[in-house]
Design a protein around this ligand. Structure first.
Ligand SMILES: C[S@@+](CC[C@H](N)C(=O)[O-])C[C@H]1O[C@@H](n2cnc3c(N)ncnc32)[C@H](O)[C@@H]1O
Length: 262
C-alpha cells in the first residue's frame, strides 16, 4: 500500500468489515480484525482490482465470510467517496455466495452479515456450484486429497464463462521450509477444529499452474505470504478457452448438524 491516504482507507475498511462480527461473538470479531489486518491477501485483492465490480462471486471454504464483509465495506466506502485514488476500481455491487463445511463458521457469517452473503453449509466436494463470474478459494484445497482437488477444479471451470476468473491461494510445495511451516499450522488448526490430523495434500506451484492450464485457464501468480513464514502463492486464473467436461457430482452428503454460538 503506497500512500498515507490508502493506509488510512485500509484501516477504516478493516474496522468496517470486522465490526459486524460483534454480533457473532467476541471470538468472531477478534478473529476478523486479526485476519484482515495481518493477511496480505485481502488488501491486495482490493487495491489491485482482482474482483471486478458487479461480479457474481462464489467463495469456496469461505469460513465466517470475511471476504463478503470486506467487499460490502469496500462498496460502501466507494459510495461515500472514500476510495483511494491510487487503487483499482472499487468492487461495487458484488454478489457473494459461500460454501463452508464448518457449521460454526456458517452461523457466525449469518449472524454478522445477514443477507450480505448467501452461504450454504456443505462439503465443497459434493456441493453444487451456482453459475458465477468468479470463484475464490483461499487456503482451502489442501484440506482434501489431490483427486478431490482435481475434480473440484474441473467443476469450478465448468461454471465459469470465458473470461471468468478463479482466484486461488495455495502453498508451493517446492519451497520446502515454508510449505512445511504451513502444513504444521494446518494440522493443528484442523485438529483444534475437529477436522482430523492428516497430512496436507500439496503440489508445487508449477504443478498447480500446469493443472489449471490443462483446464483452459491462463494463469498469473505472485507470492502472497508477506510477514509470515509460509510459502503461499496467489494464482489468478482466467478462462481463455473451453475446458473439458466436468466430472459428475458425487452424492451430496449432509455436512452440518446444528450449532449455537459461544
Ligand atoms: C484456512 S480456512 C480459510 C477460510 C477463508 N477462505 C479465508 O481465507 O479467510 C479454510 C476453510 O476451508 C473450510 N473447509 C475445509 N474443508 C472443506 C470442505 N470439504 N468443504 C467446504 N469447506 C471446507 C474450513 O472449514 C475453513 O473454514
Amino acid at each position: 500500500m503506497s500512500s498515507v491516504a490508502a493506509t488510512a482507507a485500509w484501516r477504516a475498511l478493516v474496522k468496517a468489515a470486522s465490526d459486524p462480527y460483534q454480533r457473532a461473538g467476541r471470538f468472531a470479531w477478534h478473529f476478523a480484525r486479526g485476519k484482515l489486518r495481518w493477511d496480505p491477501v485481502f488488501s491486495h485483492l482490493l487495491a489491485r482490482g482482482v474482483i471486478a465490480p458487479r461480479t457474481r462471486l462464489l467463495d469456496i471454504g469461505c469460513g465466517q465470510g470475511l471476504l463478503a464483509s470486506l467487499l460490502a465495506a469496500a462498496a460502501q466506502a466507494a459510495r461515500d467517496g472514500r476510495w483511494p485514488s491510487d487503487w483499482a476500481e472499487a468492487p461495487v455491487d458484488v454478489r457473494v455466495s459461500g460454501i463452508e463445511v464448518r457449521e460454526r463458521d456458517v452461523v457466525r457469517a449469518r449472524h454478522a452479515l445477514g443477507d450480505g452473503i448467501d452461504i450454504v453449509c456443505a462439503d465443497m466436494r459434493t456441493a453444487s456450484f451456482p453459475a458465477v463470474d468468479a470463484v475464490v478459494i483461499l487456503d482451502v484445497l489442501h484440506y482434501v486429497g489431490i483427486a478431490d482437488q482435481d475434480a473440484l477444479l474441473a467443476r469450478v471451470r465448468a461454471v465459469l464463462p470465458i473470461g471468468g476468473k478463479l482466484v486461488l491461494r495455495i502453498g508451493d510445495a517446492a519451497v520446502r521450509r515454508g510449505f512445511a511451516a504451513s502444513a504444521w499450522v494446518d494440522r493443528f488448526v484442523k485438529l483444534a477444529r475437529g477436522q482430523g490430523f492428516d497430512r496436507s495434500a500439496g503440489r508445487t506451484l508449477a504443478a498447480w499452474q500446469a493443472r489449471l492450464a490443462d483446464l483452459g485457464f491462463a494463469v498469473t501468480s505472485e507470492p502472497m505470504h508477506a510477514g509470515t513464514p509460509f510459502a503461499n502463492m496467489l494464482l489468478v486464473a482466467t478462462v481463455e478457452r473451453p475446458g473439458l467436461p466436468a466430472p459428475g457430482l458425487r452424492a451430496e452428503q449432509p455436512a452440518c448438524g446444528s450449532t449455537t454460538l459461544r
